[in-house]
Design a protein around this ligand. Structure first.
Ligand code: IPM
Ligand code: MG
Length: 368
């Protein structure tokens, strides 16, 4: 068997700092668990723009297409705010998602026991929360044509198009039903079928896929605005939520905050299986590049470390090792280690990004 390959794209802001900690974890699995990876590293986002004038070079895109998994830190920053849309750091990420055809974006929102009091909601609303948002990632209003800013009479008009084909809805629905079968067998699909034709079609196709191939899974439909309300009212009613690109963007930020910190949540973006049988895959934390704290040792590396755990689970079929890594993260939190984003308890001194990463490696060591 050839050594699995991993392309690391640290990106901008806190991306490189948190990725340094992930590399320690990757090295540990190589040294102690016999899970060697062929790791290469490259630029994305503002870092790639600074070096090459583009947020993602064709060479990097090519590499991403040919590795077993991509691990990304974060992209963007105020320095790039005035760049033309076509070369903004975010375009690098969107190109990866689109060209790798990563249509199924898994965003777990899990409330870690030690952090249940960090949520802005009451403890009993969030304690034990474990939901999975599956966001369609390669279509919808993010990519629909026509788009642009045009002149109309004596003013300008901004245009974006919400657009979904049946096959795009079909495949992400399947991915949600498959996920539900691995969990609590429940899917809630969210759209705005009351005002959008794309929502009407979405609902119809999800229902058809269900009736034909997944009748054993419990399926409900909800308007996305009501879904947002229900997510804050009683989030534990949900198991898997499947929704489109834009609603998924917003609902996953909302769900993330239920858990207390955006600094804790990983994500996986999966596409069709490659020749190896592994899905095309990109793993990244849900948080952004946090330019305000970059370079200060304040970033929480746990979301990115947990993204690598998702890679172990979904790309490399190492569920037990993923469990081990997730347990190590639980253990450092239980010990009381907190990066500044997790402060709130009295008398707790924050640890640095590096100290948090080292603590995870120590907890892994203790797991043997
Ligand atoms: C996300 C982000 C991205 C998105 C940005 C950075 C393009 O908000 O991954 O949720 O809108 O999809
Ligand atoms: Mg977002």
């Amino acid at each position: 068997m050839t050594t699995p390959s991993l392309l690391i794209l640290p990106g901008d802001g806190i991306g490189p700092e948190v990725m340094t900690e992930v590399r320690k974890v990757i090295d540990w699995f190589g040294a102690k668990r016999g899970l060697a990876f062929d790791v290469s590293e490259d630029l994305v986002g503002g870092a790639a723009y600074d070096a090459h004038g583009t947020p993602l070079t064709d060479e990097t895109m090519e590499k991403a297409q040919n590795v077993d998994a991509v691990l990304l830190g974060a992209v963007g920053g105020p320095k790039y705010d005035n760049l033309d849309f076509s070369v903004k750091p975010e375009r690098g990420l969107l190109r990866l998602r689109k060209e790798m055809d990563l249509y199924s974006n898994l965003r777990p929102a899990q409330c870690f026991d030690a952090l249940a009091d960090f949520s802005s909601l009451k403890r009993d609303v969030v304690a034990g929360l474990d939901i999975m948002i599956i966001r369609e990632l390669t279509s919808g209003i993010y990519f629909g044509e026509p788009r642009g800013i045009i002149e109309e009479g004596n003013e300008r008009v901004g245009i974006n198009t919400q657009r979904y084909t049946e096959s795009e809805i079909d495949r992400v629905a399947r991915s949600a039903f498959e996920m539900a079968r691995r969990r609590s067998n429940k899917v809630c699909s969210m759209e705005k079928a009351n005002v959008m034709e794309s929502g009407v079609l979405w609902r119809e196709v999800v229902q058809r896929v269900h009736d034909e191939d997944y009748p054993d899974v419990e399926l409900t439909h909800m308007y996305a605005d009501a879904g947002a309300m229900q997510l804050t009212r009683w989030p534990k009613q949900f198991d898997v939520i499947v929704t489109d690109n834009l609603f998924g963007d917003m609902l996953s930020d909302l769900a993330a905050m239920l858990t207390g910190s955006l600094g804790m949540l990983p994500s996986a973006s999966l596409g069709a299986p490659m020749a190896s049988g592994r899905p095309k895959a990109l793993y990244e934390p849900v948080h952004g590049s946090a330019p305000d704290i970059a370079g200060q040792g304040k970033a929480n590396p746990l979301a990115c470390i947990l993204s690598f755990a998702m890679a172990l689970r979904y790309s490399f079929d190492q569920g037990a090792e993923a469990d081990r890594l997730e347990a190590a993260v639980q253990a450092v939190l239980a010990k009381g280690l907190r990066t500044p984003d997790l402060l709130g308890e009295e008398g707790v001194e924050p640890v640095t990004t590096v100290e948090m990463g080292d603590a995870v490696v120590t907890a892994l060591e203790e797991s043997l």
